[in-house]
Design a protein around this ligand. Structure first.
Ligand code: OFO
Length: 171
């Protein structure tokens, strides 16, 4: 069974991951309304990944014989100034989530919970990838500026993103 402090913080992280799902879903809606199908498709895959992150932590809490305590999910914004602004917000959000994962790891170390420390390693590695992926899109969009021809090319490229395989998700 998990110590109460770890159980509470893992439940809080389930909520953070569900909020991540929610804000990225809001971005999908924004991209769709602006006609950027490739960006919407890229972000839809990102949103789905967040749901798998939430489920992974949820399942871990149960596997340790501890209690699930779901909280309300905050309302995300629905509008951004531009597609670049939305992707910059996504990068900032990933950096925030990285900080939360690091806090969880610090807590697991402090509480001498080696199993939780080991479980969280997947999330540490995943955050490196998440920040890199979103950061790459931000840089592409920064280079494109407001040249519509280039933005169309970026949109086309982002349409090629494939969902993670279930083996990767369960790694
Ligand atoms: Fe769950 O990694 Fe993004 O937020």
């Amino acid at each position: 069974m998990l110590k109460k402090s770890i159980e509470e913080e893992l439940n809080r992280q389930v909520n953070e991951e569900l909020y991540s799902y929610y804000i990225y879903l809001a971005m999908v809606g924004y991209f769709e309304s602006e006609g950027w199908k490739g960006m919407a498709s890229w972000m839809r895959i990102q949103a789905d990944e967040e749901m798998t992150h939430a489920r992974k932590i949820y399942n871990y809490i149960i596997s340790r014989g501890s209690r699930i305590a779901l909280k309300a999910i905050a309302e995300p914004p629905g509008e951004w100034d531009s597609v670049l602004d939305a992707f910059r917000a996504a990068l900032k959000h990933e950096e925030y989530i990285t900080g939360k994962i690091n806090d969880l790891v610090d807590l697991a170390v402090k509480e001498n919970d080696h199993a939780s420390r080991s479980f969280l390693q997947w999330f540490i590695d995943e955050q490196v990838e998440e920040e890199e992926n979103v950061g790459d899109v931000v840089r592409l969009l920064e280079r494109a500026g407001d040249k519509s021809q280039t933005l169309f090319m970026v949109d086309k490229e982002l349409a090629g993103r494939q969902p993670a395989t279930s083996a990767e998700e369960n790694a």
